[in-house]
Design a protein around this ligand. Structure first.
Ligand SMILES: [Zn+2]
Length: 242
């Protein structure tokens, strides 16, 4: 059940069937020259919609914006602060809680470390604030588990490479514009850089030329199965109320 499509009555009926809600979070950031700026949001929302076709779960409208670090200066990247993201998630979860929901899966299409850390931090806060909830925080990178590498060729694929190009070729083929050059940037870690674009000019981390629609279909099917497993797990979690 997609919250953006159901009515007040539909929501009331939905909450009688499930107390679990997926909250998709994306980003608006460069994804090379071949993938759209909202790739992370489009991917995670599509995944959540497909989960809702299989599992009894509510899906909140996606949050389009996320916290950006190394892509922040590339053309079209529009980020928000970690503070704003934490406040936004906190308000939305509190509101969903007042509506009767008790199990929250905050799933991010963007895997940036500061972004995921902000989601985890607010998750910990919500656990203290709200009685009887169970909450999970994950990014779709967590769904790219070992078995996926039987058909995904790039081990250190991280951004706009084989994985994301495959998924977008499957879910939004009309938005994929050719390909971009393979790139494996090297940052001077642990030194933080003020000009990340200099170290990562093309904005790709991986090899987009290895992406195809069939790999995308398999990645989405794998992701849907993993999230359905997580829903079963969180619904059986002892701290949850029912
Ligand atoms: Zn991405």
């Amino acid at each position: 059940m997609l919250i953006e499509e159901i009515t007040m009555r539909g929501f009331e009926q939905g909450v009688k069937k499930t107390q679990t809600v997926l909250v998709p979070v994306g980003s608006v950031e460069e994804h090379g020259n071949h993938l759209p700026l909202a790739t992370d949001t489009l991917q995670v929302y599509e995944l959540a919609k497909r989960v809702a076709e299989t599992a009894k779960v509510l899906v909140a409208p996606p949050i389009y914006y996320g916290v950006l670090r190394s892509t922040r200066d590339h053309p079209g990247s529009v980020g928000i602060s970690a503070e704003t993201l934490r406040v936004l998630i906190r308000d939305i979860v509190h509101s969903l809680y007042r509506q009767g929901l008790r199990r929250f899966i905050i799933i991010s299409g963007h895997g940036g470390s500061m972004h995921v850390a902000a989601l985890r931090e607010v998750g910990e806060l919500l656990l203290k604030e709200l009685d009887g909830i169970a909450l999970a925080v994950l990014s779709i990178l967590d769904l790219v588990t070992e078995e996926v590498f039987q058909w995904i060729e790039t081990r250190n694929d991280a951004h706009a490479g084989e994985v994301e190009t495959s998924v977008m070729k499957f879910i939004k083929p009309d938005l994929v514009q050719g390909t971009s050059k393979a790139e494996f940037p090297s940052f001077p870690e642990p030194i933080l850089v003020g000009n990340p674009k200099k170290y990562w000019p093309g904005g790709v981390w991986g090899d987009p030329s290895k992406g195809n629609e069939e790999k995308g279909r398999r990645l989405i099917e794998h992701g849907v199965a993993k999230v359905c497993d997580l829903i079963r797990e969180i619904e059986a979690y002892p701290d949850s109320i029912s």
